[in-house]
Design a protein around this ligand. Sequence first.
Ligand code: ADP
Ligand code: ADP
Length: 224
Amino acid sequence: MLKVTNIGKTYGKFTALKNINLEVADGEFLAIMGPSGSGKSTLINILGLLDQSYTGEYLLKNKNYKTVSDNFLSRIRGDQLGFVFQNFKLLTTYNVYENIEIPLIYSKKEQNNKRELVEDVIEKVGLKGKEKNRPSELSGGQQQRVAIARAIVNHPNLVIADEPTGALDSKTSKEIMDIFTKLNQDGTTIIMVTHDSEVAEYAMRTVYIRDGRLYNDEKSVKKS
Ligand code: ADP
Ligand code: ADP
């Protein structure tokens, strides 16, 4: 799915990422863990094609998007990637159905079965009957279900989730992780940032970031 080779990132004199190497296979479910300020957001912003100012090489599906136009980039993001955030980022004046439909409206993919695609993901995340509700009428867990449905309605290659359970209690977190698990079993590649080791257990593999460096297991973190 993607390959990161020797990526570095600085903010002025501050080194946020150093010598990052990472490969994620099609169909993987990867968790990225690390303390606050370690570089997790910086890394997934690069993986999500939201940040193009880095050194090293990032290939998504064997393609390098480093020098393409912003316009082209947002199209690639819309067609190939789905994003889920800690705070859901739903449009408050839109109802559930309309929030989930948004990526299809902006997509350049040929899509003449929009209604079917939206209804299918609503079913998948367990929100049937809530189509007409506004986000403010939903619980946090339900809002995150809407966000997941919106992220997958376009059938992206890769879903990137930044602390998807960070605003949820542990019971609701488990429900959300069950949805991610099912999604992954259906073939979607997932990269998830989390602080919560119980949440990371749902992933197939966990990598750790400390001070902008990536480690493949806890032991190598402790040794360093
Ligand atoms: P995490 O997601 O692990 O909390 P971030 O990737 O957000 O970490 O940040 C990594 C480090 O880079 C932090 O020390 C943060 O303060 C710094 N940083 C992040 N974004 C910027 C920025 N736009 N300008 C300057 N420093 C930044
Ligand atoms: P997260 O909760 O995902 O770790 P943060 O709250 O650390 O995110 O950062 C939110 C945004 O603020 C990030 O996109 C990052 O680029 C920016 N940011 C973080 N630290 C700094 C900083 N020291 N200076 C400027 N911008 C920063």
